[in-house]
Design a protein around this ligand. Structure first.
Ligand SMILES: Cc1ncc(COP(=O)(O)O)c(C=O)c1O
Length: 476
């Protein structure tokens, strides 16, 4: 491969990317996919002979196109999915071109130092305790895993048990308390750590999904020995925050480790107007967040932050003779995350933060929250359309009522109508929202997390939802 071939191939990749991004705002957001056709066009036997890489890229872009979802566009409101800020996307391209391995200092001093800087910036943005350590993970799931591994280390070390060496066989029992509305990935992390998803103590939540601090205090009363409490900053359905000051006080007076899953909610701390929601996070021991959600960094980019650096490192570190020794002053990435070799995801996070600055970050958070409020207001006035949650952040829950009464059969009819409206909105392609079950009732979930969404996108989306609602009622 000559220099010209490399330039030609990457030039074509650049052209294809720019073409895709230029069409993004007008592309149907989601659309029906012919799965078998896509399998056939992307599949077939592995070719015997290779081909010109430009042709390979052209073929990939052509056959992948029908199966691409405009998640990076301005009217994708499913799950909690941000787009990609231009600086972050560009830095991510560079990370691929540089092909840096962020596992060791010696494989990329630049990646190591960028992680040090991102650590300081995030500790500052979230107002966490000085000295808090950072790991950049594939996402919030692995951030929760890493934080809870550090928690497991500390609460067992405090009773004289070395869990990394001895495992959990014969270990003192750990009690894990989680809010009734904890994200599923907290349970996934517990299951991977041998702490068991079914042996947690559930703490009741209120109507917005916030863990009840009084119920936590009561539950802790009966607990002896190593204890971990998992709280949440930003419920995935309502956006609500657990009462962190009261939860922190309860854990401090009982003893134990407090983890806060703030996969998207932690970013509220970056906005002077929303930071109040995050008061009390500084009292926790570990935190999870994602850069690929609200910070609008391309996948994959999660972050774990841990107050007790020693516990964080002890839970993750490993040793191999051929890992070149550093003086100890340099950062080896493998000490802070489950992987050794990995993508240098810090470059994109660094670029997103630097390109936004403090004011840009606050504006991104505020704009998303204001647009979520605008969407809620646009829908709430329509007969039969109800916003179920208190819109405190960027999440909106909407239910479509078949009638004003709330008998069991009417609730079933409203569940059906809600699912029908969601399916129609998805098919229409103007915007994309998913569904959920909120406190036993079907609801449409809306998450405004993308940097490029405008008021006009919200108004077009409200109109599409109202159209889908009318069509579903006419058919019904
Ligand atoms: C509160 C919370 N925790 C964890 C996750 C999992 O994030 P990821 O998909 O990045 O692993 C999510 C995803 O929406 C979330 O909202």
């Amino acid at each position: 491969m000559t220099e010209t071939d490399i330039a030609r191939t990457l030039g074509r990749a650049h052209e294809l990317a720019i073409e895709y991004l230029a069409k993004l705002p007008d592309r149907p957001v989601g659309r029906p996919v012919d799965l078998e056709a896509m399998r056939a066009s992307l599949g077939g036997p592995l070719p015997h002979a290779g081909e010109d890489p430009v042709l390979t890229l052209d073929a990939l872009a052509r056959v992948a196109e029908p199966g691409l979802v405009a998640t990076a566009g301005p009217r994708y409101f499913g799950f909690v999915i941000g787009g990609s800020l231009p600086a972050a996307l560009g830095a991510d391209w560079l990370a691929s071109a540089w092909d840096q391995n962020a596992g060791l200092y010696v494989t990329s001093p630049a990646a190591a130092v960028v992680e040090e800087v991102v650590e300081r910036w995030l500790v500052d943005v979230f107002r966490l305790p000085e000295g808090t350590s950072l790991g950049l993970t594939s996402g919030a799931t692995m951030a929760n895993y890493t934080a809870l591994a550090a928690a497991r280390h500390r609460v067992l070390a405090d009773v004289g048990w070395d869990v990394e060496a001895a495992g959990l066989f014969g270990a003192p029992e750990i009690t894990v308390l989680v809010g009734a509305e904890a994200h599923a990935t907290i349970l996934a992390a517990l299951q991977m750590l041998g702490l068991g998803r079914d042996r947690v103590t559930w703490v009741p939540a209120d109507a917005e999904g916030r863990m009840r601090a009084d119920a936590l205090t009561q539950a802790l009363d009966g607990v002896r020995g190593p204890t971990i409490v998992c709280a949440q900053a930003g419920n995935v359905n309502t956006g609500a925050f657990d009462p962190l000051p009261a939860i922190g006080a309860a854990v401090r007076s009982h003893g134990g480790w407090l983890h806060v899953d703030g996969a998207f909610g932690l970013w509220a701390a970056a906005s002077p107007d929303r930071a109040e929601l995050t008061v009390g996070i500084e009292g926790a021991d570990s935190w999870t967040t994602d850069a690929h959600k609200w910070l609008n960094v391309p996948y994959d980019a999660g972050a774990v932050l841990v107050r007790d650096r020693a516990a964080h490192r002890a839970a993750m570190t490993l040793g191999a003779a051929y890992y070149v020794e550093t003086t100890g002053a340099e950062r080896d990435g493998y000490n802070w995350v489950p992987e050794t070799s990995r993508r240098a995801r810090g470059f994109a996070v660094w670029a997103a933060l630097r390109s936004l600055g403090r004011t840009g970050l606050a504006a991104l958070v505020d704009r998303s929250c204001d647009l979520a409020t605008r969407l809620a207001a646009g829908l709430d006035g329509h007969p039969g359309i109800v916003v179920l949650n208190d819109v405190v952040l960027n999440q909106v829950l909407v239910r479509f009522m078949a009638s004003a009464t709330a008998t069991v059969s009417e609730e079933v009819a409203s569940d059906q109508l809600t699912r029908d409206v969601i399916a129609r909105v998805q098919l229409d392609g103007t915007c994309w929202m998913g569904g959920t079950i909120w406190q036993g009732q079907a609801a449409m979930r809306v998450s405004v997390s993308g940097w490029s969404t405008t008021a006009d996108d919200i108004d077009r989306s409200v109109a599409a939802i109202v159209r889908a609602d009318s069509a579903a009622r006419e058919r019904g």
